[in-house]
Design a protein around this ligand. Structure first.
Ligand SMILES: Cc1cc2nc3c(=O)[nH]c(=O)nc-3n(C[C@H](O)[C@H](O)[C@H](O)COP(=O)(O)OP(=O)(O)OC[C@H]3O[C@@H](n4cnc5c(N)ncnc54)[C@H](O)[C@@H]3O)c2cc1C
Ligand SMILES: NC(=O)C1=CC=CN([C@@H]2O[C@H](COP(=O)(O)OP(=O)(O)OC[C@H]3O[C@@H](n4cnc5c(N)ncnc54)[C@H](OP(=O)(O)O)[C@@H]3O)[C@@H](O)[C@H]2O)C1
Length: 328
């Protein structure tokens, strides 16, 4: 009888990091995602004005293994360095803030990374898993339409902590660890201008009431589009306070904050888009690496097990795969 595959729920960078490690070790697996494509919070959104990075803006590497992996991604042509002209804004004072930090982006879109990692791996998209339960020896998943999937030998849950908690109910310790993680929201807004704004600014770290970060999308390698498109992120606190505001109102408020921040004329945008990330980042970092119930064969990974950054999510996926292989 052939070996039952491993189920991986989530095709963000954590789930795909685990998937690649297990696939490379020769194990069969099957991925599931509720979205239509891979990437989760580091996916780019296709829009009328080209592809937009509404979630992760760039990533840095501190861990040696991740640095080496990113160099391989670079050789594959999936990523490139992004060296924006950086500013910072504190208390309304905008000033240049150049640094030496190496920053990476997927190219030509952020999604190139998870698309590359996914390759030909078996995946079911548009499939929200609502239940994960174990029979005598193997696992079954149930999706939102009531369809069952399985059997599976092991399950890796690679979704944001609040969504993971429900899927981990077979292992109450894991479920309660996931349930203890608070995640903060972020409102993300894109504004597209017909005439390029008259500024050298390409990225700005902001500390004010509303804005946290501003980036000029076309300054990233390989980005297309006719308009000069900007991505604005609200702070966690502002986003929490304005969680249920209609998108038009969010766009108006963040457009206003952007116009106040930047030292140039900001006309009415030709194009606007708002996206609410309900579970954008964990409110604090953890040092769990991954969560494990080796006896049951149930694992959880994601940025919330570590640093709340792309690097943390990738490392967490590697750790879930390592522990699973160790316990075979
Ligand atoms: C606005 C914003 C800006 C950010 N900026 C940066 C940055 O500049 N640099 C940086 O390093 N990090 C940044 N981050 C954080 C970074 O994006 C995340 O740390 C990382 O992408 C998390 O990856 P993950 O795989 O753990 O989770 P996710 O990317 O959230 O992947 C989880 C996947 O699971 C799927 N899923 C969820 N529930 C289910 C279910 N029930 N059934 C099936 N599928 C399910 C989702 O659709 C998703 O694809 C940012 C995040 C946001 C939101
Ligand atoms: N909005 C969200 O939901 C986010 C979720 C998760 C991460 N988010 C942002 O990701 C960025 C990635 O962090 P990291 O990989 O550590 O990148 P760094 O570029 O090193 O930035 C970290 C932090 O340091 C400050 N900073 C860095 N460079 C400069 C600079 N040249 N001038 C001024 N300040 C700099 C900055 O912090 P502030 O508190 O000072 O704004 C950076 O945030 C990171 O941007 C996360 O916020 C978003």
């Amino acid at each position: 009888m052939s070996q039952a595959p491993i189920a991986i729920i989530g095709t963000g960078i954590a789930g795909l990091s685990a998937a690649r490690a297990l696939h490379d070790a020769g194990l069969p697996l099957h991925l599931f995602d509720k979205s239509r494509g891979s990437g989760g919070r580091m996916a780019s959104k296709r829009s009328d004005v080209g592809s937009l990075d509404l979630g992760a803006q760039y990533f840095t590497t501190r861990d040696r293994r991740f640095s080496e992996t990113v160099r391989q991604w670079q050789a594959e042509g999936w990523v490139d360095q992004w060296s924006p002209t950086l500013f910072q804004s504190r208390g309304g004072q905008l000033k240049s803030s150049a640094d030496e930090q190496l920053r990476w982006v997927g190219q030509p879109t952020m999604s190139a990374i998870t698309r590359g990692l996914l390759g030909e791996l078996p995946v079911t998209f548009s499939c929200r898993i609502t239940e994960v339960f174990r029979g005598e020896h193997q696992w079954t998943l149930v999706d939102a339409t009531g369809t069952s999937h399985g059997p599976f030998s092991h399950v890796i849950v690679a979704v944001p902590a609040p969504q993971a908690a429900a899927l981990l109910s077979s292992a109450p310790k894991l479920a309660s660890a996931a349930a203890s993680v608070a995640m903060e929201p972020t409102w993300s807004v894109a504004l597209g201008f017909a005439m390029p704004l008259s500024t050298t600014l390409e990225g700005c770290f902001v500390q004010d009431d509303a804005l946290d970060w501003v980036a000029r999308n076309r300054s990233k390698p390989g980005r297309d589009g006719q308009l000069d498109t900007w991505v604005l992120h609200g702070t966690s606190e502002w986003s929490r306070h304005h969680l249920d505001l209609p998108k038009d109102a969010v766009i108006e408020l963040l457009h206003g904050a952007f116009a106040e921040l930047i030292d140039c004329v900001v006309p009415a945008p030709e194009f606007t888009l708002a996206h609410r990330w309900l579970y954008a980042r964990p409110s604090q970092a953890h040092e769990w690496n991954a969560l494990t119930d080796a006896r049951l064969g149930l694992y959880a990974c994601g940025d919330w097990c570590l640093s709340g950054r792309v690097e943390g999510a990738w490392l967490s996926g590697q750790e879930a795969a390592r522990r699973l292989l160790e316990n075979l």
